[in-house]
Design a protein around this ligand. Structure first.
Ligand SMILES: Nc1ncnc2c1ncn2[C@@H]1O[C@H](COP(=O)(O)OP(=O)(O)OP(=O)(O)O)[C@@H](O)[C@H]1O
Ligand SMILES: O=C(O)c1ccc[n+]([C@@H]2O[C@H](COP(=O)([O-])O)[C@@H](O)[C@H]2O)c1
Length: 221
């Protein structure tokens, strides 16, 4: 049975972190393809122009035949929930084994996702480690990465906490960590850098950088 992974995201903009987690899923799980789903109307955050976000994903994944863009949310007018994305994809690709790729930050919000009792058991969850911002009691924000060799025990522990929370909601989850070092990169940081006039060369593929420049994106954060 073909194994397909979904990578949903706001992708505002897409960056090397997204590409790295998708590549890791391909190699670690022997997934045959990764379907990239830019969320048109994220239920939980503000999404800027969908067309730009989708085109940047198209540019970023063009070199890898195992990566597929799914633009099915283009005409949506209502919030896009993951359960609807999965149900639509299952209709298009019946009889597949489904995986869902998420970063640790998004995974920690899973116990609040819409219709999670149907969504969660329908996929295997692949969790990418992510540097988490921590605020100390004196209000100082720092970041933490404790990846050394293999999987960071702190990240695994956080995932187990999520699994416990879901269990208390009578939801059993199948999850595993992706074996990759955490990458301190995010779309919000890129938007901030861009608005400050910094180069994006190290953060996004060249085609995406050119697209951002041509369309004058993120000049204001
Ligand atoms: N550097 C990263 N490491 C691991 N996972 C990541 C990373 N960047 C994004 N992800 C994951 O990719 C998915 C889509 O993320 P999204 O498009 O919202 O990017 P983002 O960088 O988290 O954006 P923002 O900074 O605007 O919140 C989410 O599951 C997110 O956790
Ligand atoms: O369905 C939900 O309730 C839900 C709530 C929060 C996030 N998601 C999904 O999580 C994925 C990553 O979202 P984001 O915010 O990190 O871009 C994306 O596919 C979203 O649709 C889904």
């Amino acid at each position: 049975m073909e194994r397909i992974a979904i990578l949903g995201g706001t992708f505002d903009p897409v960056h090397w972190g997204h590409l790295m987690i998708a590549e890791t899923a391909l190699s670690q799980l022997e997934v045959e393809r990764v379907i990239w789903v830019p969320v048109h109307r994220p239920p939980h955050k503000h999404g800027r122009c969908y067309k730009h976000r989708r085109l940047m994903v198209e540019i970023a994944i063009a070199q890898n035949p195992a990566f597929v863009l799914d633009p099915r949310q283009a005409n949506h007018t209502e919030p896009d929930y993951a359960i609807d994305t999965l149900a639509d994809l299952q209709d298009t690709y019946p009889n597949r084994q489904w995986f869902w790729i998420v970063g640790l930050d998004a995974f920690q919000t899973l116990p609040r996702w819409y219709c999670r009792e149907r969504l969660i058991p329908a996929c295997d969850w692949l969790v990418a480690p992510r540097t988490l911002a921590m605020t100390s009691t004196d209000g100082v924000v720092s970041t933490r990465t404790s990846y050394s060799q293999g999987i960071d025990p702190q990240s695994s522990w956080l995932c187990q906490q999520v699994a416990e929370q879901l269990k208390s909601q009578n939801i059993l989850i199948r999850w595993q960590m992706l074996h990759m070092p955490p990458m301190s990169i995010s779309s919000s940081l890129i938007r901030q850098y861009c608005s400050q006039g910094h180069s994006l060369r190290d953060w996004v593929p060249e085609g995406v950088r050119a697209y951002i420049t041509t369309h004058n994106l993120y000049v204001e954060n």
